[in-house]
Design a protein around this ligand. Structure first.
Ligand SMILES: [Zn+2]
Length: 620
């Protein structure tokens, strides 16, 4: 034993030589060498845990380096497990480290995980979390589980001293669309640094026999922006009917954990590039050509809009747009008409002066389009200038939802015009459009808005302790565009409230396990899953930002002001279209006949823009 190296912890009361020896004889298998795994591995190694197995199939990327402290620029492209092993070799050369560059699967889990004192779960997806929990039960070892996302983190030790496993506490995993990754919704490095370090602490406590044996299992919740940032809730006891503990029914090798968790996480990037109806979507290059005179609505959260944007675009976060699509449409049309008129004047002047040199300054000021692009045939005085509204988002998913909402608003408007004044709404036309838009986005998050609406609504019950587990679904994912995250968290029940009602998750299954409205029952199963409020670990229930967020946090007045400020448009209650006598035409064509209306969204989002149009455009 290296007494000099470990002298500061050797002298700790209750630790001593025995504790250090126990650590040296102990071993941990750490699944995940990312934001949680790096700090966990660091302190496990430095403390003198004798043997560490690092399992991770991913390679180091630049975007990892802001938080994953064992990797550096030189290790970009290297498997994380290999990079972590190399770093630990420098930090803790006395520790035996094994790097495993593969995913933990149902087929290999027991083989990879066996032979260790405990399992440290630093993974980032529900399927792996449930697999590790089951394996911990089968192997009879504790599972130290950590999760982190955005500003939130959580920590729990499962299957320890007769305590519950993950399934006991959260029998049902969250649906994949409600388990976003950190790539989807973001993460602050010190948040996972905190949780990963605490995982190492729990592991050291268990191995060195420092953990009080009679302690009731708890889940620690961390909210970086809240005061106090740490809270704790009691977990329910081991569930008598938990299938994981019924040894005869648990067959890990033949369990499909991906299916158990509702299938793979949606590939938003792929979904965002699919073209279902070409009249609904626009490629980046075509959008670049059509920019002058068009209205570009960017439906990302303001924070992302602040990172980069197409010049001249207007930020209408998706929840705001979904809250009042009709108003957004009308104001966009008003702005579009103004620009179209300006464009017509400019084109007339251009033709008079015979300047036939179209510039391609796609990002020109929207009020002064200087180009006669190839896609815009020179309008005659009798040809109405089309209103072109293009929606953009990060990957091309949210913009589809937004475009559908605007199209629906346009159709409803048109139907109202087309129908006789005393006739009921032309529901057939409307429903056909709704059906079309819904089916067109069958895989896209059109339904999540409704799902999230329930979640969002529940935030009104923040003071109702019986509903707090659902409150956790409070949209952290910057869907509340006007309220700072801190405000959201500040509205969460105080620690005192939690202390008085510590059993929300554990002993109040009606608010968790059985609650059908959210996936609240599975917080830790989420990627590096967060929990917002103490008793409500449901960050899971939120949609990723690439998805349709909950509608409607921005008051309409603010939205209107934003639109007016951005477009310079004056408030216009309705477009001229509404008063048109045209009847009988398919709804959307009514506007087309009058002034034209083109609502499309950018295929592949701003990622595609960066790829195809502007290589200097920031990619994030
Ligand atoms: Zn269990």
């Amino acid at each position: 034993m290296d007494y000099a190296l470990y002298s500061r912890q050797l002298i700790l009361a209750g630790f001593g030589v025995e504790g250090q020896r126990a650590l040296g004889e102990g071993s941990c298998v750490v699944v995940g060498a990312g934001g949680l795994g790096c700090p966990a591995l660091t302190y496990l190694g430095l403390s003198g845990v004798g043997r560490l197995t690092v399992i991770d199939e991913d390679v180091v990327e630049v975007s990892n380096l802001a938080r994953q402290s064992l990797h550096d620029r030189a290790s970009v492209g290297t498997p994380k497990a290999v990079s972590a092993k190399a770093a630990l070799g420098r930090l803790a050369p006395g520790v035996e480290v094994r790097a495993v560059v593969e995913a933990v699967t149902a087929a290999n889990a027991l083989e990879l995980l066996s032979g260790h004192t405990l399992i440290v779960d630093c993974s980032d997806n529900p399927a792996t979390r449930y697999l590790l929990s089951d394996a911990a039960v089968v192997l009879g070892v504790p599972l130290v589980s950590g999760a982190g996302q955005q500003y939130e983190g959580q920590l729990a030790v499962y299957n320890y001293n007769g305590g519950p496993c993950l399934r006991c506490v959260f029998p049902r995993p969250p649906a994949p669309q409600f388990a976003p990754s950190c790539a989807d919704v973001g993460i602050l490095g010190p948040v996972v640094g905190t949780i990963g370090t605490l995982q190492a602490l729990e592991a050291v406590k268990i191995i060195a026999n420092l953990a009080p044996a009679d302690a009731h299992p708890h889940m620690l919740l961390f909210s970086a922006l809240a005061l106090p940032p740490f809270r704790s809730i009691k977990l329910r006891n081991r569930k008598p009917d938990c299938i994981a503990h019924a040894a005869t029914s648990l067959d890990i090798a033949n369990t499909d954990y991906i299916q158990l968790c509702g299938g793979p996480r949606p590939d938003w990037e792929s979904l965002g590039t699919q073209v279902r109806d070409p009249t609904h979507r626009i490629p980046a290059r075509t959008l670049a050509q059509n920019l002058p005179g068009a209205t570009i609505l960017d439906v990302r959260p303001p924070t992302e809009f602040g990172i980069c944007r197409i010049e001249g675009s207007i930020n209408i976060p998706l929840p705001s747009l979904l809250a009042s699509p009709r108003e957004v449409l009308d104001r966009a049309l008003a702005g579009s008409r103004d620009r179209a008129l300006a464009g017509s004047r400019n084109r007339a002047l251009d033709s008079l002066s015979d300047t036939a040199t179209p510039t391609t300054s796609s990002s020109s000021d929207s009020t002064t389009p200087t180009t006669t692009s190839t896609s815009t045939t020179t309008p005659t005085t009798s040809t109405p200038t089309p209103h072109r509204i293009y929606l953009v988002c990060r990957l091309g998913n949210d913009s589809q939802v937004a475009a559908d909402a605007l199209r629906e608003a346009a159709n409803a408007d048109a139907v109202r015009v087309a129908a006789p004044a005393d006739a009921p709404p032309a529901s057939a036309s409307t429903s056909s459009n709704v059906d079309a838009s819904t089916s067109a986005d069958a895989d896209a998050p059109t339904t999540s808005a409704a799902d999230n609406a329930a979640t969002s609504t529940s935030t009104a019950n923040a003071d109702d302790p019986t509903s707090t587990s659902i409150n956790a679904g409070v949209p952290l994912v910057s869907v509340n565009t006007d309220a700072p995250a801190a405000a959201t968290i500040a509205e969460a029940p105080a620690a005192a409230t939690i202390a008085e009602a510590p059993t929300t998750i554990a002993e109040a299954p009606t608010t968790n396990a059985e609650a059908p409205t959210t996936n609240a029952e599975a917080p830790t199963t989420n990627a590096e899953a967060p929990t917002t409020n103490a008793e409500a670990p449901t960050t899971i229930a939120e949609a990723p930002t690439t998805n349709a967020g909950p509608p409607g946090d921005a008051p309409d007045a603010q939205l209107g002001a934003k639109m007016a400020a951005a477009t310079g448009a004056v408030s216009s209650p309705a477009t001229g279209v509404v008063s048109s006598p045209v009847t009988g035409a398919p709804p959307l064509e009514i506007r087309d006949l009058i002034g034209g209306l083109e609502i499309r969204d950018l295929i592949g989002g701003l990622r595609a823009w960066a790829r195809e149009v502007d290589p200097a455009f920031p990619v994030y």
